[in-house]
Design a protein around this ligand. Structure first.
Ligand code: DAT
Ligand code: MG
Length: 142
């Protein structure tokens, strides 16, 4: 079983979509390993989206993610990264398929309700960043 990091963004929390979104992941067969409502600091937002720091919308993105509480989750399931992104839908809600979270709940690219990790490597990095879980236990037993 793999893990992925999913974050309901400030617009999704503000609009009362947490329950609706959790239900969709649970119905798909995901297990919630950890979850919390939290405010994201500017530093954490910048680290989370570091791969996008040269993009013209980076400042707007960091402002948005820090604008209100988010709901962070660690989800576990088969092919967790890929399956979560299937449920989430395309980045731009204007082209996201109906039936996906973004297709059903969002219309705007900048406020598209939800984040899901895009690779196993980023999932591990993001879980560490938001939940500070100790993954490198091997160094202690070697
Ligand atoms: P995703 O969230 O689908 O992984 P991404 O990693 O490319 O997409 O971008 C992160 C977020 O940045 C995305 O969810 C919404 C925002 N974003 C992406 N492209 C944008 C653009 N052209 N203008 C404004 N915001 C954008
Ligand atoms: Mg991404």
């Amino acid at each position: 079983m793999e893990q992925t990091f999913v974050m309901i963004k400030p617009d999704g929390v503000e609009r009362g979509l947490i329950g609706e979104i959790i239900v969709r992941f649970q119905r798909k067969g995901f297990r919630i390993v950890d979850a919390k409502l939290m405010k994201v600091s500017k530093e954490t937002a910048e680290r989370h989206y570091f791969e996008l720091k040269e993009k013209p919308f980076f400042g707007e993105l960091v402002n948005f993610i820090t604008s209100g509480p988010i709901f962070a989750m660690v989800l576990e399931g088969r092919n967790a990264v890929q399956n979560a992104r299937l449920l989430i839908g395309a980045t731009n809600p204007a082209v996201a398929t109906a039936g996906t979270i973004r297709g059903d709940f969002a219309t705007d690219l900048a406020s598209n309700v939800i984040h899901g990790s895009d690779s196993d490597e980023n999932a591990a990095r993001e879980i560490d960043l938001f939940f500070q879980r100790q993954r490198d236990f091997a160094i202690y037993i070697s």
